[in-house]
Design a protein around this ligand. Structure first.
Ligand SMILES: C[S@@+](CC[C@H](N)C(=O)[O-])C[C@H]1O[C@@H](n2cnc3c(N)ncnc32)[C@H](O)[C@@H]1O
Length: 220
């Protein structure tokens, strides 16, 4: 198993580059209810025209399209060029950027929302906190952060996941909460929910986080 961050990310990128279409055909019909509900909530929390960054946007369906349907202007980022080719076809109204989300550079306070669905857990776990810190930085004061993580503390490398090698990493529920305290400085209204969903033949838990960045006039 490769251990450097670069090698782990290359494994993830190569994996999604290879299976982009088959992964899309498997995943797109699974309209995970929690993701849909949270995207609709963002639509209630933010005005139309808000700028939303989606990290690990994949093939753009359904989530990028759902964000657009809320009236948002969306920039999707993904490490896999094959995923982005599909996304550009599926959701031509969004903008897309290819690369490692950790290496992205945006001006502080650029977005009304930063989201990441089923993607942060492909980063090595020691990057989860620093990634969160970047996400908070990219948010405008009063903006919203929405993402999910895995629930069991673990690093997992499978040699055959849908036919490719794939890597996932998790701090676990308590570790995720600790990370929010350590790296989520400036966040308020933090809501974290563990939700069970059916993934293929199995049931899996995901840890959902919704939080806002303190407006400038609130101290503490
Ligand atoms: C499980 S898919 C989820 C796709 C989409 N967010 C969804 O909800 O259907 C994970 C996506 O994250 C992307 N990804 C993984 N690691 C990444 C990284 N370091 N930077 C950017 N994207 C990454 C993968 O290429 C893949 O498209």
């Amino acid at each position: 198993m490769p251990t450097s961050s670069t090698d782990l990310k290359a494994t993830v990128k190569d994996g999604y580059d290879t299976i982009a279409l088959s992964y899309h055909n498997w995943a797109a019909p699974r309209l995970t209810q929690k993701r849909t509900e949270y995207i609709e909530r963002l639509g209630q929390l933010l005005p139309k025209g808000s700028k939303v960054l989606e990290l690990g946007c994949g093939a753009g369906l359904p989530a990028t399209q759902q964000l657009l349907d809320q009236g948002f202007e969306v920039i999707g980022v993904d490490i896999s060029s094959s995923q982005l080719e599909l996304a550009k076809d599926h959701v031509p109204a969004a903008q897309f950027m290819q690369g490692d989300m950790m290496a992205m550079e945006f001006t502080e306070g650029s977005f009304e929302a930063v989201t990441a669905f089923y993607s942060l857990f492909h980063l090595p776990r020691d990057e989860h906190g620093p990634m969160l810190k970047k996400m908070v930085g990219w948010l405008k004061p009063g903006g919203w952060l929405l993402f999910n993580l895995e629930t069991k503390e673990d690093d997992q490398m499978l040699d055959d996941w849908m036919g490719v090698k794939m890597f996932w990493s998790s701090l676990g529920i308590e570790g995720n909460k600790q990370m929010l305290v350590e790296y989520g400085s400036g966040l308020t209204n933090v809501e974290d929910v563990v939700d069970k969903e059916t993934v293929g033949r199995f049931e899996e838990n995901f840890h959902w986080i919704l939080a806002s960045k303190k407006p400038l006039n609130i101290s503490g």
